[in-house]
Design a protein around this ligand. Structure first.
Ligand SMILES: Cc1cc2nc3c(=O)[nH]c(=O)nc-3n(C[C@H](O)[C@H](O)[C@H](O)COP(=O)(O)O)c2cc1C
Length: 317
């Protein structure tokens, strides 16, 4: 859909189009008038100026913490690392006790500082502009901290990691960026194998009129499976807010049912939802069989159980 005036697209179309612009993920913190720590997840962070060093982010006027940020003299923007999706989700829940079991300290300006982040910008509020339903907060950067950790990425409604694009090898041509050292790294090959397979398969998903996020949810609920929303978020790597948006739209179309039992929200696939991704599931299985049939020196089951051990080990470490 294209359009030049606000009437020609819905807010959902607008959000969908924006979601193709990947960003990092930050948590912005400050303190309220009673010295309570306040913070929220924000992906609207961006650089503005180098001289003086200025950054901006925008806060929705309906956020509980919006008045606190509007009044704050100082705030800190924490750029989250790839292993901080849980922290991101925690700080994206409105009004929740975000600092209860979060490790943090208070800096000289009274701002809560979170641990283990990729980078931090300590700011003094420079200017606040009205931007429709958001406040645009520009901060002058007084100090920075950089842990040189890999930053978490957010795009298409899902958390991701950034990995460099590699060009396919032409006949007889040396691979760009390839060295003997890298060629011997298991994780380099795991990452390339995943990206190569996902790139091709996601084309098929889009050809069927689904987004990758819708595909991941539908595949997880395939066969009318039941899943708690928190399990579904960690299986699909989706942030809970975007995921609930997609689930509500899917429920309206009869593709899943959303229920609640003992305060726990559960999603269940429907027959219609099952049928919607049946072809893609078959294609995924055919692709897998075809790729694995060319591997004769290791059994597919051994390969899968080895990969499961690696992912479980990485999750538990
Ligand atoms: C990845 C991600 C990015 C977000 N970015 C923003 C943002 O830039 N600005 C904003 O106002 N809300 C953003 N949100 C939503 C807020 O984090 C959410 O509304 C939060 O509950 C506000 O907290 P509060 O109501 O306790 O102040 C984002 C949420 C997620 C998961």
């Amino acid at each position: 859909m294209t359009g030049s005036d606000a009437e020609s697209f819905s807010s959902r179309d607008f959000r969908d189009a924006l979601s193709s612009f990947a960003t990092g993920v930050t948590i912005v913190t400050t303190t309220d008038a009673d010295n309570n720590p306040v913070g929220m997840t924000a992906s609207s962070f961006n650089s503005v100026s180098t001289e003086p060093p200025l950054i901006l982010w925008s806060v929705t006027k309906t956020a509980q913490s919006a008045p606190v940020f509007k009044a704050a003299e100082h705030f800190a923007v924490h750029v989250l690392a790839t292993d901080q999706t849980d922290l991101s989700n925690k700080f994206a829940k409105s009004g929740a006790d975000k600092f209860g079991d979060t490790s943090y300290s208070i800096d000289a300006a009274g701002v809560p500082i979170l641990d283990n982040i990729a980078a931090r910008f300590d700011c003094k509020t420079w200017q606040i502009y009205e931007g429709g339903d958001h406040w645009i907060i520009v901060g002058e950067v007084l100090a920075i901290e950089s842990a040189k950790k890999e930053g978490l990425v957010f795009g298409g409604g899902t958390y991701a990691i950034a990995s460099p694009l590699t060009t396919p090898k032409q006949n007889g041509e040396a691979e760009v960026g390839s060295t003997d050292l890298v060629d011997n790294m298991l994780f380099y090959h795991l990452s390339r194998a995943y990206h190569q397979m996902a790139h091709q398969f996601h084309e098929e998903v889009r050809n069927k009129g689904l987004t990758v996020a819708e595909w991941r949810i539908s595949a997880s609920l395939f066969g009318q499976a039941k899943c708690t929303l928190s399990d579904l978020a960690s299986r699909t790597f989706l942030d809970p807010i975007s995921m609930e948006d997609i689930l509500s739209a899917m429920e309206e179309q009869g593709l899943c049912d959303l229920t609640e039992s003992n305060g726990i929200r559960v999603a269940q696939g429907t027959l219609k939802g099952h049928k919607r991704v049946e072809d893609l599931i078959n294609l995924a299985n055919e692709n897998e069989t075809s790729i694995l049939s060319s591997i004769t020196d290791v059994s597919p089951d051994v390969l899968k159980s080895t990969l499961k051990k690696i992912t479980n080990g990485a999750l538990n470490s």
